[in-house]
Ligand binder design. Structure first.
Ligand code: PEP
Length: 252
């Protein structure tokens, strides 16, 4: 496993109201969190200020779920990296499978976004993962390696210190069909091997690799016990404070 701190992200996706965010934040603030875990909550853009003002930042950091590919300007509907750093938001999730499949984000677009966000001082949770069809045809590692290579092509070696890789098999996201601990471990080990061969042994041993896809309060402990699982990226279960706190405290 990686040398760094266990890291859990909560991806709230396109959910919530002002009032439900208040309830969730209050629940999170009330939770008892292990000292040795890093936690990043990613609300929708419109709730970032509310969460910045109310979430206990001694326990939780904040991420955006996406940002624009470059400088701000005439890009209606977009939010750029500088706007996030201006609000002191340290993290951004990039390349989530929903953005890849629903919003047309290619490997190259995701690579460019990651490089640009890093250049502006953001830390990045970079998501990769194969579809069911790709898994069944035996191309999982090829797909994941191509997604990683598109980032490595434009990010220099030192940049990886601010990147967390989220391995999220598409077939496990929001489906209730979690990867088995062995399935996840196999890909995480493969990702670490790819880093060793393609980026450097130092990055391979330090890069944190999260598993994402139907993680919940019941299945997190077994997954967290796997050698190369260094944290989780959590969707649905991150909307329930109690479950999310359980997941955050599942580190080995
Ligand atoms: C996600 O979207 O990052 C995710 C893992 O979702 P869920 O936990 O709901 O499967």
């Amino acid at each position: 496993g990686a040398t760094g701190t266990f890291i859990v992200g909560g991806n709230w996706k396109c959910n919530g109201t002002h009032d439900s965010v208040e309830v969730l934040v209050n629940g999170l603030n009330a939770g008892t969190i292990d000292a040795n875990v890093e936690i990043v909550c990613a609300p929708p853009f419109v709730f970032l200020n509310q969460v910045l003002d109310t979430l206990d930042k001694s326990k939780f950091s904040i991420a955006a779920q996406n940002c624009w590919i470059g400088d701000g300007g005439a890009y209606t509907g977009e939010v750029c990296a500088n706007m996030l750093t201006d609000l002191s938001i340290p993290w951004v999730i990039l390349g989530h499978s929903e953005r890849r499949s629903l919003c047309g984000e290619t490997n190259d677009i995701v690579g460019t976004k990651v490089a640009y966000a890093l250049s502006k001082g953001l830390k990045v949770i970079a998501c990769v993962g194969e579809s069911l069809e790709e898994r069944e045809s035996g191309t999982t590692m090829k797909v994941v390696e191509e997604q990683l290579a598109a980032i490595a092509n434009v990010v220099d070696k030192t940049g990886w210190k601010d990147v967390v890789v989220a391995y999220e098999p598409v077939w496990a996201i929001g489906t209730g069909k979690v990867a088995t601990p062995d399935q996840a471990q196999e890909v995480h080990a493969g990702i670490r091997a790819w880093f060793a061969n393609s980026v450097g042994a130092d990055v391979a041993s330090s890069v944190r690799i999260q598993y994402g896809g139907s993680v919940n309060a019941g299945n997190c402990a077994e997954l967290a016990g796997m050698e190369d699982i260094d944290g989780f990226l959590v969707g649905g279960a991150s909307l329930k404070a109690e479950d999310f706190v359980t997941i955050c405290n599942s580190a080995k």
